[in-house]
Design a protein around this ligand. Structure first.
Ligand code: PGA
Length: 246
C-alpha cells in the first residue's frame, strides 16, 4: 500500500482524478467501482473537466455501484444510486447500460448481492475501486467487524454510520437501518484502489487504518495488505501519522 499526502482537498481531488484518468487511458474498458460520500465529489468534478477537455474516454467503462440503502428505490431522495448518477454518471456521460447496480428495492436483496458478485467475477474483477473512509473504518458499508473475505451482502448499519449519513438524509431517523454493500472480498481484490481521505475529523481513523493492527474492527486496515492500494490523504487528515511527522 502506498500513501500520498496532498496539500489540501483541491490538490487531493486533482491528483485522484489524474490517477484515474491515467489508468483509464491504459484500460478504457476498465471495471470501476464508485463511492458516494462527500470526499470523492471534488475528484468527480475534476474528472468531468478532464472529460470535457477530451482527456478521458468513458464510453467503454463498466461501472459498479458500491452500496445502497435497503428498501430505497431510485426515486427516493436518499438513493445512493441517485447521488452517483448526479455526481459521476451524468457528468461523465456514462449510460445506464454501463452500470451494474445494487438495487435497494430488489425483490430478493441477498440474490441481488450474489448476482452483483457474479457480474464482477464475469468481468474479470474490478480494475479500480474509488473509496472513501468511514469514521468507523468502513469501506462501502462493510461495517466493523468485517473481515477481508466477506462477499457483497445485506448489512445492518452501525449507529456511527447512521449518524454520519444523517446529514445526507435530513435526520438520523430518516437513515435506513440496513444497506447492501459490495463485499470486502471484491474490494480487496481490485487491481488498483484509491482511498480518499480528507479533513481533520478523519485523522484518528486514518491512523488506525494505516498504522494500527489489521483487524475486522477496522475494515479499512486490510488495505495494508493490498500492494496496489493508494491512500490519498490531505494534510489535515494525515497530520497524526508517523510517516507525516518524518
Ligand atoms: P464521507 O464518507 O466521504 O462523506 O466522509 C465516507 C464514508 O463514510 O464512507
Amino acid at each position: 500500500m502506498l500513501l500520498t499526502i496532498a496539500d489540501d482537498y483541491h490538490d487531493l481531488s486533482r491528483q485522484a482524478a489524474q490517477r484515474a484518468a491515467d489508468l483509464l487511458k491504459v484500460s478504457p474498458a476498465a471495471a470501476v467501482i464508485v463511492a458516494t460520500g462527500e470526499t470523492p465529489m471534488g475528484m468527480y468534478r475534476e474528472l468531468a473537466a478532464l472529460k470535457q477537455r477530451g482527456e478521458v474516454d468513458t464510453s467503454r467503462l463498466r461501472i459498479f455501484q458500491l452500496d445502497e440503502y435497503l428498501g430505497v428505490g431510485d426515486d427516493d431522495a436518499r438513493s445512493l444510486y441517485g447521488w452517483m448518477k448526479r455526481s459521476f454518471l451524468d457528468p461523465l456521460e456514462i449510460r445506464a447500460e454501463q452500470v451494474v447496480r445494487l438495487r435497494g428495492d430488489a425483490s430478493d436483496p441477498s440474490e441481488e448481492c450474489s448476482a452483483f458478485d457474479r457480474a464482477i467475477e464475469e468481468t474479470g474483477g474490478l480494475d479500480l475501486a474509488i473509496l472513501g473512509l468511514g469514521m468507523n473504518g468502513h469501506l462501502g458499508f462493510n461495517e466493523p467487524p468485517s473481515d477481508h473475505e466477506l462477499p457483497s451482502r445485506v448489512v445492518a448499519l452501525t449507529p456511527e454510520s447512521i449518524g454520519g449519513s444523517a446529514r445526507y438524509c435530513g435526520s438520523a431517523d430518516a437513515v435506513p437501518r440496513r444497506a447492501l454493500t459490495a463485499g470486502m472480498k471484491q474490494l480487496m481484490a481490485a487491481k488498483h484502489s484509491l482511498l480518499l481521505v480528507s479533513g481533520e475529523r478523519k485523522q484518528s481513523i486514518l491512523k488506525r487504518t494505516l498504522e494500527g493492527a489489521v483487524s475486522p474492527e477496522v475494515p479499512s486496515s486490510y488495505l495494508q495488505r493490498v500492494a496496489d492500494a493508494t491512500v490519498l490523504a490531505d494534510q489535515d487528515a494525515a497530520r497524526a501519522l508517523d510517516s507525516a511527522r518524518g
